[in-house]
Design a binder for this molecule. Structure first.
Ligand code: ADP
Length: 404
């Protein structure tokens, strides 16, 4: 018998039991407080909390059930196929994606490219005067190598791509760190690197102090024009060419019908409100993120999406989604929790000619496949909803699948 193995197992069991006992005691106190306020909370799911206690959530009352649906078939992208899980309470969302996936596959699958731009964190430094701030602003680019080394030392997976002095405002300098973070989404990792870099600057540049470790210039978990234009995390381009016959048999509308709706809705409608440029990307980003254990705060940026539809030379429809800021990871966050972990196993770690990055610094490959899967779900959903608008069946479908 392997004693070390038995000891390790016993230790894991003890830790699990201790965590669950702690959660149960807290849970009891919280439920009593809620009951005293007249709030009778029902439908809480119990289970093992050891993987989330002290890591993913505080004041745990229980788990909340969310339905998880899946594409009826794996969607074909480049040379691989991926099953797309969705967590949603919106009837018709999964069915709509399935229709789009069926069309994409019937027409030979999609082609996609992913560029890893790296994750970013902006921090701000305060100086005693505008003149000193200007000095620091000029000093930073000359000292970038040392700053990069300070950041790299914080993790064996993180590699700083750049440290940029982006803005000078009054006596404050806004600095941005751009980093590759292996297979992790990387916000915690890049923030740790920022702490080291900011400390280094404050130690060597007289009069500099940290004003804010997170200064909004990244702009993490917020919509920003900069994030849309420059991109952040994974910049994804996905294209599929669908022919009229398949469109008619699967979507019940033709290429011309789709193009007409595209012009009215996405070209003119989005221009009228100076935003959008897609039908419902956020629906699929949110549902895939929840199913795959991604950080839901990133749904806002990750849903940046431009849908493009053009008639191709052969009379088919060339449909593209361009998503400049998909923030995903296969390690860290909630990715260790089931069933997310099981689904994440399908994402390859093999590099591909469709990935653009600096491989001397960037070791993260699997998240590129996740980003493609997110884009594929979006594309499938866009095709299907455009068809439902073209033949005016959108409301019927929702009434049928949403109101049982
Ligand atoms: P994030 O930085 O994405 O917010 P975490 O705070 O959970 O997520 O950090 C990821 C952790 O996972 C780090 O401590 C890192 O060292 C570890 N790790 C293990 N394997 C990898 C990997 N292949 N790529 C990146 N990080 C990894």
């Amino acid at each position: 018998m392997n004693h070390e193995h038995v000891d390790a197992e016993r230790c894991t069991t003890c830790k699990r039991e201790a965590a669950n006992a702690w959660v149960a005691a807290k849970q009891k106190r919280l439920l009593e407080s809620l009951a005293r306020s007249g709030l009778d909370v029902r439908g809480l799911e119990t289970g093992d909390f050891s993987e989330v206690h002290g890591r993913c959530c505080e004041n745990i009352l229980g788990y909340k059930k969310v339905p998880l649906g899946i594409s009826s078939r794996a969607v074909r992208i480049n040379d691989f196929s991926v099953w797309v899980p969705l967590c949603t309470t919106e009837g018709a969302l999964v069915a709509s994606m399935c229709r789009g996936v069926k069309l994409i596959n019937a027409c030979g699958g999609a082609q996609g490219a992913v560029e890893n731009l790296g994750i970013t964190r902006g921090f701000a430094l305060r100086l005693g005067s505008f003149r000193s701030a200007l000095e620091l602003y000029k000093w930073l680019p000359r000292n970038e190598d040392a700053l990069r080394r300070a950041g790299d030392a914080t993790s064996r997976f993180l590699r700083v791509k750049a440290v940029t002095a982006e803005h000078l405002v009054g006596s404050e300098v806004f600095v941005k760190v751009h980093a590759y973070t292996g297979d992790a989404m990387g916000m915690n990792m890049v923030t740790k690197a920022c702490c080291a870099i900011a400390s280094h600057i404050c130690a060597v540049f007289e009069g500099a102090s940290l004003a804010a470790i997170s200064s909004n210039t990244c702009a993490d978990k917020k919509w920003s024009a900069g994030g849309f234009v420059r991109g952040r995390g994974r910049r994804v381009s996905l294209n599929a060419v669908v022919d009229d016959a398949h469109c008619r048999s699967i979507l019940h509308v033709g290429v011309e019908d789709l193009l007409r709706v595209y012009h009215t809705k996405v070209v003119v409608g989005s221009s009228l409100v100076l935003g959008g440029h897609n039908c419902q990307a956020a629906n699929y980003v949110a549902a895939v993120f929840l199913a795959l254990g991604q950080d839901l705060g990133h749904v806002v940026e990750s849903s940046n999406c431009i849908l493009s539809m053009q008639r191709s030379d052969c009379g088919s429809l060339s449909v593209s989604v361009y998503m400049p800021s998909v923030i995903v990871g296969t390690v860290g966050g909630g990715t260790h929790l089931e069933p997310s972990r099981s689904f994440l196993q399908q994402f390859s770690t093999a590099d591909s000619e469709f990935f653009v990055t600096d491989r001397s610094l960037d070791s993260g490959v699997a998240p590129n496949y996740v980003a493609l899967a997110v884009a594929a779900a979006v594309m499938a959903g866009e095709l299907s909803v455009m068809a439902a608008i073209a033949d005016n069946t959108l409301m019927d479908a929702h009434l049928r699948l949403n109101r049982e």
